[in-house]
Structure formats: structure tokens, C-alpha cells
Design a protein around this ligand. Structure first.
Ligand code: ACO
Length: 376
């Protein structure tokens, strides 16, 4: 009988002061503050300060933090040249992973692991990731990059660089709320990856690059794109029932549902659902919201008893679509925000570092002869 904990389910492998998650009751707090009021009333910049400093900033502190972040928006000419070298048909997550990795090459001390150095490097990666995604997306559309606006918030600046026009306050607010909701979430797969890498005393660029790779998978951050693919495959609200039932009968997964930790409604999905509805109505996407809500209704009837509810990815798909984002930008949006959590976890790991090195249970044969190659 194997003693391996498959998927490390239930294993506590780190301490954190950032996110508290109660999966049974559907609770998520950042530094003790419930996610819902944060999503409704905070800003992404304030939330990053909260996660990195374990307290809310005073106004002057937030101004100073925002100034530092915004001052780092412009990417270097060598980063811009690397983005120009990316093939037009590359997937944005691969581009983001590649260019974030390359940011280490312009850092004179990329390997520094002192807290101030890691924080400064994390801040720069956080500040520049939006420009990387926006410039690549414009380039593949045959458009020139748009210079960042250092007077704009993280959310406004991204939408400005992507579209070349200022977002409406509603759009900027909705995007900012999405960034808050995705910023941190305990020891999820990409954060674990980040902590494993930094625990070897490797560098923050490697840790975040690895985390982006882990996030891309369809069982993790890639699920938001999977949700949109599914909604596009369903032609109408009436077609939802046979589509979902067919998938469940074939034992296929419905993207955007289920969670390793939540066995109740994902608290991030609560506000996202409201946001998705309002934005869909405002942008002529009411049919998309209607399909989403029908999927949820059927899943509630069929599988809620097993503890399978919408997760953060389900309503973020409709929200991002209504904001006007292309399908393959959905997972990069998750990454833009989660860089905050990854950096915070890297700092926490380094504060009391011990190499993360679990064991594998060997289940193969023993005492095998070595057969020379020509005799096999
Ligand atoms: N649709 C249908 N059935 C599901 C789903 C789903 N989305 N998720 C879980 N189940 C069922 C499984 O078939 C299994 O049923 P069984 O016991 O009858 O065999 C049971 O629920 C348990 O599933 P596991 O895979 O063991 O649960 P695990 O904790 O390993 O998986 C995961 C969690 C990977 C998120 C899973 O729910 C899933 O694949 N969801 C779809 C992908 C998704 O939305 N991922 C995003 C997660 S949130 C995030 O990373 C930001």
C-alpha cells in the first residue's frame, strides 16, 4: 500500500501570513480581511501593499508605493526588442514566461535574495508584465506598442497599453477587482512551484518564470480559457443542458468548477458573478452570462452534493470577455495579478528558508541485472 500523498492533498508544506482559506465554509481573507470587501472597496495597488507588508497602508504610504510601481512601468529597449522577436502565432503565456525570464539578463545582480532586493525585483516584474502582454498582443495585431501611462493605476495602464485608449471607469474598476481577486491564494500549484524554486536559493526571476509555467495548465489558471472555449461551443441557453449532461455522463470535467480546497462556493466567484452579470449586460453579452448561469444551475443540481461549485475561473471568463480581452489573454491576466502573491510567498519562504525537498516512494523492481546493450 503506497504511503505517497498523491497531489499532496491535505499536506501543510509552508506557513503564510497572506491568505487564509477555509474551504468548507468558503472563506478567503487576505491578512485577515475578507476578500469580498477588498474586491469591492480596495484597489489592486493597495492589496499588493497589504500582502507584502501584512497591513493596510496609510495614504502617504500607498502614494509612495504606487509611485514606485508606476515608475517601473516602462520596459527597456532590450525587452522591447525581445518582444518584437516573438513569433506572431506564439501563445501569450509562453511569451510572458519567456520575457519575464529574460528580465534577469538586464539585472546586474539577478541572484540577490536579500528581502529588499527580492521585493524590488518582484515590483519590477509586477510593473512590467502588463507591458509585455499588451505589446505582444498589439504586435500580433499589426499595431505599434503604446507607451505606459505612469499616472494611471495598474489596471488602467494595462487597458490603455492594450487598446490605445483610456478605459471607462467601469471597465477599469472591473479589471482592478479581477486583479484583487486573483492576487494570492495559499499554496496553490504555481505558488508552490515558486516556493520550491526560491527555496533552493535560486533567483526570483526563475521562481516567477516557473510559476507562470505551472499556472498555464488547464487544471490551474488555464481553466479560465477552458471556460470560454466551452461557452463558445454551446450555441444557446437551450443547448446548455444537453451539453453539460453529455460531458458529465462521459466523465469529462466542466472547466471552472471544482477546487482542491473549496468544497463550498469559491468566495472569489461571489463578487465575480455580480461583476460578470453587470458587465455582460452593459456590453451586449447578456447571452453569454445567461449561458454561464444555466451551466451553474445544472451543475448545482447535478454535482453540488459532491462539493463541486464554480471556482474563480468560471465567472472571470465572462468578465474578461466583456472587458474585450481575447481568449488567450485570460490566463495571462491571472498571471499579471498573481505575480503579487508569488513575490510575497518568495519573501516569506526566504524569511525562514528550508530547502523544499519531499520524497518519492520507489515502486519499481530491485536486483535487476545490467544487460549489455547488444544483448537486450
Ligand atoms: N467537472 C466535473 N466533475 C468534477 C470536476 C469538474 N470540474 N471537478 C471535480 N470533479 C469530480 C471528479 O470527477 C471526481 O469525481 P469522482 O469522485 O466521482 O471520480 C471528484 O469530483 C473529485 O475530483 P478530483 O479530480 O479528485 O479533485 P481534485 O481536488 O484533484 O481536483 C480540480 C481539483 C483539478 C480543480 C478539479 O476540480 C478540476 O479539474 N476542475 C476543472 C478545472 C478547473 O476549473 N481548474 C481551476 C481550479 S481553480 C484555480 O486553479 C485557479
Amino acid at each position: 500500500m503506497s504511503t505517497a500523498s498523491k497531489g499532496l492533498e491535505g499536506v501543510v508544506a509552508a506557513e503564510t501570513e497572506m491568505s487564509f482559506i477555509d474551504g468548507e465554509r468558503g472563506v478567503l481573507e487576505y491578512v485577515g480581511i475578507a476578500i469580498d470587501p477588498l474586491a469591492r472597496h480596495s484597489t489592486f495597488e493597495e492589496t499588493v501593499f497589504l500582502l507584502w507588508n501584512k497591513r493596510l497602508p496609510r495614504r502617504a504610504e500607498l502614494d509612495e508605493f504606487s509611485r514606485s510601481l508606476r515608475g517601473l512601468y516602462p520596459i527597456s529597449e532590450s525587452t522591447a526588442a525581445l518582444i518584437r522577436a516573438m513569433p506572431a502565432d506564439a501563445q501569450p503565456m509562453h511569451v510572458l514566461r519567456t520575457i519575464v525570464s529574460a528580465l534577469a539578463l538586464e539585472d546586474p545582480a539577478p541572484n540577490a535574495t536579500e528581502p529588499d532586493a527580492v521585493r524590488a525585483k518582484g515590483l519590477k516584474i509586477l510593473a512590467q508584465a502588463p507591458a509585455i502582454v499588451a505589446a505582444f498582443d498589439r504586435q500580433r495585431r499589426g499595431l505599434d506598442p503604446v507607451a505606459p501611462d505612469s499616472s494611471a493605476s495598474f489596471a488602467e495602464n494595462f487597458l490603455w497599453m492594450l487598446n490605445g485608449e483610456k478605459p471607462t471607469p467601469t471597465m477599469a474598476r472591473a479589471f482592478d477587482a479581477c486583479m484583487i481577486l486573483h492576487a494570492d491564494h495559499g499554496l496553490n500549484a504555481s505558488t508552490f512551484t515558486c516556493r520550491v524554486i526560491i527555496s533552493t536559493l535560486s533567483d526570483i526571476y526563475s521562481a516567477i518564470t516557473g510559476a507562470i509555467g505551472a499556472l498555464r495548465g488547464p487544471l490551474h489558471g488555464g481553466a479560465n480559457e477552458g471556460v470560454m472555449v466551452m461557452l463558445n461551443e454551446i450555441p444557446s441557453v437551450d443547448a446548455v443542458e444537453p451539453y453539460v449532461m453529455g460531458k458529465l455522463q462521459r466523465k469529462e470535467r466542466i472547466m471552472g468548477f471544482g477546487h482542491r480546497v473549496y468544497k463550498a462556493y469559491d468566495p472569489r466567484a461571489v463578487y465575480l458573478k455580480t461583476l460578470a452579470k453587470q458587465l455582460a449586460e452593459d456590453t451586449g453579452n447578456a447571452d453569454l452570462y445567461a449561458k454561464s448561469s444555466k451551466v451553474e444551475e445544472i451543475m448545482e443540481r447535478e454535482v453540488a452534493a459532491k462539493g463541486i461549485y464554480p471556482n474563480v475561473d468560471f465567472y472571470s471568463a465572462t468578465t474578461y470577455h466583456s472587458i474585450g480581452l481575447k481568449l488567450d489573454l485570460f490566463t495571462p491576466m491571472f498571471a499579471l495579478s498573481r505575480i503579487a502573491g508569488w513575490t510575497g510567498h518568495a519573501l516569506e519562504q526566504l524569511e525562514a528558508n528550508r530547502l523544499i525537498r519531499p520524497k518519492a516512494e520507489y515502486v519499481g523492481p530491485h536486483d535487476q541485472p545490467y544487460t549489455p546493450i547488444d544483448e537486450r
